[in-house]
Ligand binder design. Structure first.
Ligand code: MRU
Length: 354
């Protein structure tokens, strides 16, 4: 069941603060664009689809807090809020996709539209993006479940579960689905340095529904593969370019290389909102670099000597040729990914316009 990652209640935005998990389950309100920006940047809400949904609501929250005097003023606020929230994190394309969608909907109305209508229209669009994401994840789970063999060891990285989306997740959705069907399998969750999304969040989600999960340190994956314990690797994505290159949490590329060396299938699960047809290849993706303190004193304990330099890219790019398939809400995409991705996005566009 969805775990309330993002909630819109009585016209107010709430998120489950993921920085506190697994120790504390605290829901916090986000009442201003600054609140939303801070929550995304600090990973209180995280995961590509969840960032997109939160930002969509963030436009509504920002607009209300700005108290525009009329619709013309409000349309300027919408654009400025979108630019502002778009600066919170650079890699997950869902953020920019959701913000652009909110701007498009706003600008379909003009300055003569009564202000309450604009507000209602934007709130309705954010709710639609939220509900759609839940459905996309459910469909991804349904399409992907069959890829998990009975008795398999499934390795995943970071958290691509309900916490990273409106609910169900992408990579984890297929596990939830297979589990509901009674299939037995074992998940290995990479702890995912430096912020431990695998250990803190993926393990929490899987344990809650009774899927056997074992946390390993990131540097143990090769050993497990060599031992024959892993039959499948499945991860989420933050941005997939037109040729099928995949940006995801740092460490994903290494897993893909290891999977190929051990002849293990490597799948990526993502909704259409994670594809970026405007970028030809992964070389064009901006990789977020985060604070050195996440490595030098993660979770409050200094583990690196003062003064030592640190490099902290939050994502890496897995080339399309290492990807066995991409699980989407419309089914499994196989190489060559260029035409498969173009067809997916064309079918989505046709349906949306219909
Ligand atoms: O930095 P994070 O925690 O936002 O990174 C999240 C990931 O890399 C996820 O794997 C990705 O967003 C897919 S979520 C369905």
């Amino acid at each position: 069941m969805p775990i309330g990652t993002i909630q819109w209640r009585d016209a107010r935005l709430y998120i489950l603060d993921q920085t506190l998990l697994p120790l504390e389950r605290r829901v916090i309100p986000l009442d201003t664009a600054d609140d939303v920006f801070e929550a995304i940047q600090s990973l209180r809400v995280r995961g590509a689809p969840a960032i997109g949904v939160t930002a969509a609501y963030g436009v509504v929250v920002g607009l209300r807090a700005a108290q525009p005097k009329d619709t013309a003023d409000a349309l300027v606020v919408v654009d400025n809020t979108a630019i502002y929230l778009g600066a919170s994190r650079p890699t997950a394309v869902n953020l920019f996709w959701a913000l652009a969608r909110m701007q498009r909907v706003a600008h379909r109305l003009d300055a003569t539209t009564p202000l309450p209508i604009l507000m209602e229209t934007l709130e309705a669009e954010a709710k639609t993006i939220h509900a759609e994401d839940l459905e996309l994840c459910r469909a991804i789970g349904e399409h992907g479940a069959g890829l998990i063999p009975e008795g398999a060891g499934v390795l995943t990285h970071c958290n691509a579960g309900g916490l990273a989306t409106s609910g169900y997740g992408t990579a984890l959705a297929m596990m939830f689905w297979a589990h509901e069907q009674g299939r037995k399998f074992q998940v290995y969750a990479d702890e995912t340095r430096p912020l431990l999304q695998g250990a803190r969040l993926t393990a929490w989600e899987l344990q809650a529904v009774g899927i056997p999960v074992t946390v390993i340190c990131d540097n143990m994956a090769a050993h497990l593969m060599r031992q024959g314990r892993v039959q499948l690797v499945v991860v989420g994505a933050d941005r997939i370019t037109a040729n099928g290159d995949v940006a995801n949490k740092i460490g994903t590329y290494g897993l893909a290389v290891l999977a190929q060396a051990h002849d293990i299938p490597f799948y990526v699960a993502a909704p259409y909102s994670t594809f970026d047809p405007a970028l030809c290849s992964g070389d064009d993706i901006i990789i977020e670099e985060r604070a050195a303190t996440e490595i030098t004193e993660g979770f409050g304990i200094r583990t690196v000597p003062e003064g030592v330099s640190v490099y902290n890219p939050a994502f890496d790019v897995t080339p399309a040729e290492l990807v066995s398939g991409i699980i989407t809400e419309r089914g499994l995409l196989r190489a060559p990914y260029g035409p498969a991705i173009a067809a997916l996005l064309a079918a989505t566009a046709t349906e949306t316009q219909a």
